[in-house]
Design a protein around this ligand. Structure first.
Ligand code: SF4
Ligand code: SF4
Length: 383
């Protein structure tokens, strides 16, 4: 396999293209508790649902309209006329700490608790191969990113601020730019952190992706909940309202999808498949990939052949074969003793396994069993 498969650099699109607002939007609300009922009239920015985890932002209405259907996974809104606008939140007037965290949460931003730290790291590397959104945002949305950064700096009060990027041509005011070799998995938060600080578990360091800073800058400017996301699709970068059905996005971008193809959200290496072309795009999704049928052989619960490929390629220096096997047999504590929590869910063990074992799925399953409340986030330190 050629190593350029993992390159994180590619030509940028001329600009970010706006996807038209759909007639019907489907906001993903799996795991949320509803604040509105079917038939309710909602205004753009209105809170729709709250997540039991306090670090997860509210689900807010991306358009004004009427709640046309509601089930365990989706809240659908038929777009209509704007009524009384939702009262904006002036984030700059909020005191850093609980007040600001609550304001961001209410505007739909999932950042957990922003705390003071000596070092602030901005992850400006494109997150995964074939995804160019970080560089496109740095080039085209620098003003919004800088706005988000100004608020984050106020809250964190860092002595040092570093932009980690795949090239030295990107700058953010008040930050030094550090070039990190743009090859996957160097874009993963723990890898960026180590590249910048030289430590695997650095003290007093907080990280943000440029996608998150863009979100924060967006809600700071409008005072309204985050209602759109930007993402890479087929070499281009697009902006769409949250909840826009994937089928509408694919139609607009002239990307064909055929029976048996897979729709993968948020990256070819660590993303997840969705099974419904009507699935509404989510606020943290940074890419949409159409994987043609038969592009990869299917993964199955085949036995490990002890070839050691996964061990050789694991950037966390783990023994993924052992961890996955313990997870497969429900021995989650043993998986933890083998370093489960140090796994950054890069997907490389799955990628390289010649037996096509679903390594990352086993590992994610074990994490979920051991930490049901914390969700399955690969890292806790970078927002
Ligand atoms: S996903 Fe696999 S290769 Fe990646 S860090 Fe975890 S165990 Fe290692
Ligand atoms: S790469 Fe797959 S087959 Fe090889 S040791 Fe790892 S789990 Fe086993």
């Amino acid at each position: 396999m050629k190593s350029n498969v993992f390159s994180l650099r590619a030509e940028l699109a001329d600009s970010i293209v706006d996807v038209p607002v759909s007639n019907s939007l489907h906001v993903f609300i799996g795991g949320y508790e509803m604040l509105v009922k079917k038939g309710a009239k909602v205004q753009r920015g209105q809170a729709l649902a709250v997540h039991p985890r306090p670090d997860v932002g509210l689900a807010n209405a991306p358009v004004s309209g009427k709640v046309s259907s509601l089930d365990f996974a989706y809240l659908s809104i038929k777009a209509g006329k704007d009524g009384d606008p939702v009262e904006p939140i002036d984030l700059e007037s909020l005191a850093p700490g609980e007040e600001l965290n609550q304001g961001l949460h209410d505007l739909g931003i999932s950042v957990g608790r922003i705390r003071e730290a000596e070092t602030l790291v901005i992850n400006g590397l494109n997150p995964q191969p074939s995804v160019t959104i970080a560089e496109q945002l740095l080039r085209d949305e620098a003003e919004t990113i800088s706005l988000g950064l100004s608020l984050v700096r106020k809250a964190i009060n860092p002595k040092r601020c570093v932009l980690a990027a795949g090239t030295g041509s990107y700058r953010l005011e008040g930050c030094t730019t550090q070039v990190v070799k743009p090859v996957y998995p160097n874009s993963l938060p723990p890898m960026v952190l180590k590249a910048v600080t030289g430590k695997e578990v650095p003290e007093s360091t907080v990280g943000f992706s440029v996608h998150k800073l863009w979100q924060i800058g967006h809600v700071l400017r409008t005072g309204r909940a985050i209602d759109e996301t930007v993402f890479t699709l087929n070499g281009g970068n697009y902006r769409a309202r949250i909840g826009t059905p994937l089928v509408d996005i694919l139609d607009f971008a002239n990307v064909e999808i055929h029976p048996g193809d897979r729709l993968v959200l948020s990256g070819p290496m660590t993303g997840y498949s969705v099974f419904n072309v009507e699935h509404g795009i989510e606020k943290n999704v940074f890419s949409v990939n159409v994987v043609p049928k038969n592009a990869y052989p299917p993964m199955e619960d085949r036995p490990c052949i002890n070839c050691g490929e996964c061990v050789l390629h694991c950037p966390a220096r783990l023994q993924p074969n052992l961890i996955a096997r313990y997870a497969e047999y429900g021995m989650f504590e043993r998986a933890r003793e083998c370093g489960l929590d140090a796994c950054m869910e890069c997907g490389l063990c799955s990628y390289w396994c010649p037996a096509l074992r679903p390594m990352q799925h086993y590992i994610g399953f074990a994490k979920q069993q051991l930490h049901p409340q914390s969700g399955n986030a690969p890292t806790g330190w970078m927002h």
